[in-house]
Ligand binder design. Structure first.
Ligand code: DI6
Ligand code: FE
Length: 393
């Protein structure tokens, strides 16, 4: 929907705030309220009647790996034949097989491969996507992935936040400690120097990196002034959530093996719990993230696709919402807050994710009557219109 000129959206059902009208100007939300109380100064603005449709903040996918080479359909078949994810990873498949495909792709090829995935997200109204590196595992390819991610924001009307994930896997034949010190940290410094990283992530897991190794990456990130986040407690309990909390992380993600104490530590650090039900589904996990503990301790919960070629080849945030409800028992309203306000927090963004004056006019209009309808249907996209505030606003 084009809203270049000052416009008032009327007859809307608003999610997360009172009123039935929203005024937009210059890519920002100028006013929110009941049309009956419209300020006189706005009386002459153009109006657009939304016909009673639901108006929400545009969804934000706050955890993706959409930039990568190749695919892992063969690994999918192997898992169906009984192989475990960790087994495949230890045998040289898994993440490191995507590393080979990513190293072989130039920047244009990475962008071309990512665009259909990005377009699928945009088709569901998504206005902001986080994109991680982590399939290069050498300085040159990690930076190329981040450049490709930045290029996506020039190719489509969408905002991209980049995350350096050099500590994603140990390259074939390498020593984990040596890799962290000799490749990962220098790559992080180079990415920062080139202005390519908005935040820093790691994979704290038995098949990846220990809390001590991640702590070295985090120390560098903090010294560079970059916020951190962490893949934590996905396949086992390693102490990643507590580590993330100690480092003031924006978020800890996955968290199936997180404990009540982890929830308390995350609450104290105001870290968001990013739930990734696509990976839970694809790996046929049974261990549930401690949603009740997150609620009890007041930990904000976000929901994301984790779109990646191995454990979550999913490009639907609506489906992630449905899975978060069905598998994890979050409520539909929590799922919607999880892809809007809490997703923004997980990225450290204060200018989007809510319908409030001054924020970006990144909005989605849905052909539904209630917020619950968004999470309830499976494989159905009720987006009526998407409003993107623009790259510069
Ligand atoms: N956790 C994930 O879900 C992805 N990375 C990670 O650390 C999986 C990445 C992959 O298997 O390619
Ligand atoms: Fe991930």
């Amino acid at each position: 929907m084009d809203v270049e000129a000052p416009t008032i959206l009327t007859n809307a059902r608003l999610f997360g705030t009172e009123g039935d009208a929203v005024a937009l100007r210059g890519g920002r939300i100028a006013w929110v309220g009941a049309l009956a109380g419209l300020p006189a100064a706005l009386a002459g603005w153009a109006r657009r009647d939304l016909g009673g449709r639901l108006l929400t903040p545009a969804p934000i996918d706050c955890h993706t790996h959409i930039v990568h080479g190749g695919h892992r359909a063969r690994e999918f078949e192997m898992r169906l034949e009984g192989a475990a994810y960790e087994e495949i990873a230890r045998a040289g498949g898994g993440i490191v097989s995507t590393v080979a495909a990513t190293r072989a792709a130039d920047e244009a090829a990475l962008v071309a491969a990512a665009l259909p995935r990005l377009d699928a997200l945009i088709a569901e109204g998504v206005a902001c996507v986080e994109v991680k590196s982590g399939y290069g595992l050498d300085v040159e390819t990690e930076l190329r992935m981040l450049r490709a991610a930045r290029a996506l924001a020039r190719a489509r009307p969408v905002r991209v936040r980049t995350t350096f994930l050099g500590a994603h896997a140990v390259p074939k034949g390498a020593d984990a400690d040596a890799y962290i010190d000799e490749v990962c940290i220098p790559a992080l410094r180079a990415a920062h120097a080139a202005g390519l990283a908005d935040s820093v992530d790691g994979f704290c897991e038995g098949i990846a990196f220990s809390p001590a190794q991640i702590a070295r990456v985090f120390a560098t990130a903090r010294a560079l002034g970059l916020p951190v986040k962490l893949h934590a407690e996905q396949l086992s309990h390693q102490g990643g959530a507590a580590l993330a909390a100690r480092h003031g992380a924006l978020s800890a993600d996955h968290l199936e093996w997180a404990t009540e104490a982890d929830a308390a530590a995350m609450a104290a650090a105001a870290a968001v719990a990013v739930l990734l039900p696509g990976a839970f589904y694809a790996l046929r996990e049974t261990r549930l993230p401690p949603v009740a503990a997150f609620r009890a301790h007041g930990v904000a919960m976000a929901v994301a696709t984790d779109c990646n070629p191995g454990t979550s080849p999913m490009t639907s945030l609506l489906l992630a919402m449905n899975m978060a409800c069905t598998f994890f028992r979050v409520t539909p309203a929590e799922a919607l807050a999880g892809v809007t306000a809490h997703a923004a927090r997980a990225l450290g963004l204060a200018d989007c994710g809510r319908i409030a004056p001054g924020l970006r006019a990144d909005l989605a209009v849905w052909d539904v009557e209630t917020p619950a309808e968004l999470a309830y249907r499976i494989g159905f996209n009720p987006l009526h219109a998407r409003i993107f505030g623009g790259p510069e606003c």
